[in-house]
Design a protein around this ligand. Structure first.
Ligand code: ADE
Length: 255
């Protein structure tokens, strides 16, 4: 299968939600859909780059399957994730953006065989984003929000860089979120945000040696109101951020 006439190594743009993907799909040149492993992959060009757009689906296993398919079937050699997350760290507010420097699986516990959070047989709890790609993504996010990209509802949105925790759970209680933050902090993991896929994609990308970077817009504080206005936030804020950030990133990439 020919993936692109312009580049043999497309960049994967993974979105957590359909609304986030839609803005990118509208700009996709020569779109071509391939259905594989129960997922739709959209091949085409964005800003002169060969890309594959895909939905991660929700949760660690689904996201790992999507990431593996992107690498094995579509030959991607760089992967970027855009999505939303709950803010856990102090000062990480709704409307802010977090670029992941590292990932940890907050629901992984093989103790007493291995230290809590450590991924068995990897000898580590944390997986890093690719330094160069993450730096470009951070710059893209800062430029996108600074350029009038910040929404009217969140005019003082900040861009953070740090640790993101992933797990198969939508965290939606103030008590749970406090205890998650305290337990992770107690184990030396100063987490900024929580979501459901990033650490799994990071692990797959480490296995394959594929550079990975992720950006998350904070949609909630992982507390009792975490579910309120979630769809409206995705549509009106997160999708626009994702679109603007990916655009800035793609134009800043080396060929
Ligand atoms: N994604 C967005 N908000 C989240 C939350 N509170 N918990 C897990 N994943 C999320």
């Amino acid at each position: 299968m020919s993936i692109s006439s312009t580049s043999p190594t497309p960049i994967a743009i993974l979105s957590a939600l359909l609304q986030e993907q839609q803005g990118l799909m509208e700009l996709l040149h020569q779109p071509h859909k391939v259905t594989h492993a129960g997922r739709d992959f959209w091949l085409g060009e964005l800003h002169g780059r060969s890309v594959v757009l895909a939905l991660s689906k929700i949760g660690k296993v689904a996201a790992a399957t999507t990431a593996t398919a992107l690498i094995e079937r579509f030959g991607v050699r760089r992967m970027v994730f855009t999505g939303v997350a709950g803010g856990l760290g102090a000062g990480v507010n709704v409307g802010d953006v977090v670029v992941a420097s590292e990932f940890v699986q907050h629901d992984l516990d093989a103790s007493p065989l291995f230290p809590r959070y450590e991924v068995p047989l990897y000898g580590r709890a944390r997986f890093e984003g690719d330094a160069a790609l993450t730096a470009l993504l951070f710059n893209a996010a800062s430029a996108a929000l600074g350029d009038g990209g910040a929404s009217a509802a969140f005019p003082v949105a900040r861009v953070h860089r740090g640790l993101i925790a992933s797990g198969d759970r939508f965290v939606s209680g103030a008590g749970e979120s406090r205890s998650l933050h305290a337990t992770l902090t107690g184990a030396g993991h100063q987490v900024l945000a929580v979501e459901m896929e990033g650490a799994a994609v990071a692990q797959v990308c480490l296995d394959y040696g594929v550079p990975f970077a992720a950006v998350r817009t904070i949609s909630d504080r992982a507390d009792d109101s975490a579910h309120v206005d979630f769809p409206r936030f995705i549509e009106q804020v997160a999708s626009r951020y994702a679109h603007a950030i990916v655009e800035k990133l793609l134009v800043s990439l080396e060929p």
